[in-house]
Design a protein around this ligand. Structure first.
Ligand SMILES: [Mn+2]
Length: 252
């Protein structure tokens, strides 16, 4: 008898980044992780930037990721509920994963109650103070008109341009110095500000590539899921508690 009582969270796998060979290593590792959670997961939250770039045309999707997508299908068919968050690299998910994987696509935040706890979930881009340039770009990238325009460009060219663009955004690893900057983390500022008016037991984000779990108060914690290029980090929720864990030893 299978007991599905755990909830899993991961983000920022950046499949497709750093070349095909590197991406395959990452994909294989992530597929091993998916296999390891298959028998006790009730829900799986993939919280953005799963792909280095994703854009769905009306009749066409990008090549690649075949093992990952196959494994996801296997988990969904085994009864696991899948949530896919739009990240800043893969916000152009429309109905493909809804139709193929029965996934729920989350555009911004998702507020949930699970296991008696209140959760605030978001990829993490465009929140908190500052970064006005990105917030402006996000509006453009998400506008129906710009998406319609992009869709008119031949995929060979459109995806080429997008891949070129995404290479300019760094794939970062958290240095010790960055980790110490917790007090300056804008997502922490955002969570603290939110707590002034609304209680959440857990704030869960990706995007920053800095795996960390830190208390904000006696009853609230900040969780950053990290990434799967170096850290292979994820979170698990069981009996109302979230833990930050590492799947396999760090890659670099
Ligand atoms: Mn991101």
């Amino acid at each position: 008898m299978v007991t599905r009582n755990k909830i899993y969270f991961a983000s920022d796998i950046h499949l497709g980044a750093l070349g095909h060979a590197s991406s395959r290593v990452r994909e294989d590792r992530f597929v091993r992780w998916l296999g390891s959670i298959k028998h006790d997961a009730a829900e799986l939250f993939l919280m953005g930037d799963v792909f280095e770039f994703w854009f769905e045309y009306k009749t066409v999707v990008p090549k690649g990721y075949i093992r990952f997508l196959g494994k996801l299908a296997e988990l969904v068919d085994a009864g696991i509920k899948l949530y896919l968050f739009k990240g800043n690299h893969d916000m152009w998910m429309f109905d493909y994963f809804v139709n193929e994987l029965n996934a729920t696509i989350i555009s911004d935040e998702l507020i949930l109650e699970r296991q008696g706890k209140k959760l605030y979930l978001h990829h993490g881009d465009g929140l908190g103070p500052g970064d006005t340039k990105y917030k402006f770009l996000k509006k453009i990238f998400r506008s129906r008109f710009c998406q319609w325009l992009f869709e008119r460009i031949h995929p060979n060219l459109g995806i080429g341009i997008a891949n070129n663009w995404s290479q300019h955004s760094r794939v970062t690893n958290a240095t010790g110095r960055e980790r110490k900057l917790f007090e300056n983390e804008w997502l922490v500022s955002f969570a603290r500000e939110t707590l002034k008016t609304t209680h959440y037991d857990y704030f869960v984000f990706g995007h920053r590539h800095i795996p960390m779990m830190v208390p904000l108060s006696d009853s609230s914690s900040y969780v950053n899921l990290g990434e799967w290029i170096f850290s292979n980090s994820y979170a698990i929720m069981e009996n109302g508690q979230i833990q930050l864990l590492y799947f396999e030893p760090p890659t670099a």
